[in-house]
Design a protein around this ligand. Structure first.
Ligand SMILES: Cc1cc2nc3c(=O)[nH]c(=O)nc-3n(C[C@H](O)[C@H](O)[C@H](O)COP(=O)(O)OP(=O)(O)OC[C@H]3O[C@@H](n4cnc5c(N)ncnc54)[C@H](O)[C@@H]3O)c2cc1C
Length: 446
């Protein structure tokens, strides 16, 4: 192999790829990173995905690892709970945690990506190449065939290891899927998403409470909004593509206006460009990617959405991708001389956790859109918080373990199951004790 061939070739300079470049750069490896998009620092960010995202403990832990957490948090807005908007415009706030310091952080996708790219480029052993679209991968060589998006010319670059960080539509994964015994599934939701904007008020202030994630739960569909640093909010409509209360039912401006007046009335005065935004902004699909294996020998390995894209309802896709980077870096450091072992350990560690958060994210969609507004849900949340306050050593709500800890997702789900069983058991004991007391009292009074 040519002396010039880098130790790692990362395809995709999105959130996961750019963070991985920081990890490997810090470890002293020579790294080349290719992305099909133009350089967002020169051309402006071309995302095509959500404008802002919720960054929580897992993601922050990885950013702290490479010395970037403080830099990223400077531009983040902490959200300490959910602000529910009823159809009549009533507001109710549900803190995420008993601890007021627990918050998820709204960050700009473009800003975060640029911070990660700038930091990666500070390592002299990391090189970034934009407008370089991956067309094909030779898994055995390994080598990547790239197309320059300016000239249209194609060329092949030899690699030692290819890291596929090329997102949900990963070409690296698709090439791996052509091999025998590779499982690859993409399941689309019946719901899609469309982004809208609530600009700052005329006085330049936030039009709603900034330290909350706003939710308009409507049962079967919903809208959410996250604050931005420029004091605007990005709203996201999660509606079915077809059927009742769907995108298909609002084909023109009059029907959009009527639907918002019925379902999201309180936002109308806050959204002066609602009709234009609705018309111009795309409606995009949402899906879950599951695949296995995530690696090919000691030559190719996947991370982030390329291996496990999930629906966004737990706010964990990026956080999970950042956890992947931390895990992959650790396994490579442990087994630099045998990368096949490193990749196998990484896959074993991450696959089960990626599957778990994929399931939890799907379940949370139903919770957010159908239950967050219901009295039964609010009672359950209050009960969970009370237990957490009274018995913090024993009881931790699942949401807290997922968003405010680094407990592996699969373990968090197991703990939550165990806690639920214990609560049911104690509930039964209390019921039996009450019945016994009633029988005793009746017996004594007769
Ligand atoms: C609406 C929405 C809201 C979300 N909200 C949250 C949230 O609140 N919190 C959270 O943690 N996660 C959230 N996510 C998930 C998050 O966006 C992803 O999990 C995260 O971006 C994954 O990072 P990645 O690097 O794997 O992929 P990406 O960020 O998609 O990066 C992939 C990169 O690969 C490049 N690429 C693709 N194909 C090629 C090719 N052929 N050649 C070269 N380059 C290529 C792309 O240009 C891109 O730069 C949300 C997702 C959506 C859709």
């Amino acid at each position: 192999m040519d002396e010039q061939t880098p130790a790692f070739t990362i395809v995709g300079a999105g959130l996961g790829g750019a963070l991985m470049a920081n990890y490997l750069g810090r470890a002293g490896h020579r790294v080349d990173v290719y992305d099909g998009r133009p350089d967002p620092r020169a051309q402006g960010f071309v995302g095509g995905r959500s404008i802002n995202l919720a960054l929580s403990t897992r993601g922050l832990t990885s950013l702290a690892d490479v010395g970037l957490a403080d830099r990223v948090l400077e531009d983040a807005i902490p959200m300490r709970g959910r602000m529910m908007h009823s159809a009549r415009g009533e507001l109710s706030f549900q803190p995420y945690s008993k601890d007021p310091n627990d918050a998820i952080n709204s960050v700009s996708r473009g800003g975060l990506n640029i911070t990660l790219l700038n930091a990666a480029e500070e390592y002299r052993n990391v090189r970034l190449f934009f407008d370089q679209k991956l067309m094909d991968v030779n898994l055995d060589a390994p080598a990547v065939r790239l197309q320059d998006q300016q000239s249209g010319e194609e060329r092949v670059e030899q690699a030692r290891v290819v890291i596929g960080a090329d997102g949900a539509g990963s070409i690296v994964r698709k090439v791996m899927a052509e091999r025998p015994l590779f499982s690859n599934s993409v399941e689309f939701l019946e719901h899609g998403y469309k982004e809208l904007t609530i600009p700052p008020t005329e006085a330049g202030e936030f039009a709603m409470e900034p330290s909350a994630l706003h939710i308009w739960p409507r049962g079967g569909f919903m809208m959410i909004a996250l604050p931005n640093k420029d004091r605007s909010f990005t709203c996201t409509c999660f509606w079915p593509f077809k059927g009742e209360n769907s995108f298909e039912r609002v084909p023109d401006r009059a029907s959009v206006q009527a639907f918002f007046e019925k379902e999201f009335r309180d936002t109308i005065p806050l959204m002066p460009t609602l009709l234009e935004d609705f018309e111009q902004n795309p409606t995009s699909p949402l899906g879950t990617v599951r695949c296995y294996p995530w690696r090919h020998e000691d030559k190719v390995v996947l991370l982030g959405d390329a291996s496990h894209a999930i629906v966004p309802f737990y706010g964990q896709g990026m956080n999970a991708a950042f956890e992947d980077c931390r895990a992959l870096d650790a396994r490579i450091a442990e087994s630099t001389d045998d990368l096949e072992v490193a990749f196998a350990r990484y896959e074993e560690d991450r696959k089960i956790n990626a599957d778990t958060i994929a399931d939890l994210a799907l379940a949370n969609f139903i919770e957010m859109r159908d239950h967050t507004g219901s009295p039964a849900f609010l009672r359950r949340k209050r009960f969970e918080k009370t237990l957490h306050r009274l018995l913090p050593g024993w009881y931790k709500p699942l949401y807290n373990m997922v968003s405010f800890s680094n407990i592996p997702y699969a373990e968090a789900r197991e703990i939550a199951r165990r806690q639920a069983m214990q609560i049911r058991f104690v509930g039964r004991l209390i019921q039996i004790a009450l019945v016994l007391i009633i029988v005793l009292v009746i017996g004594m009074t007769l």
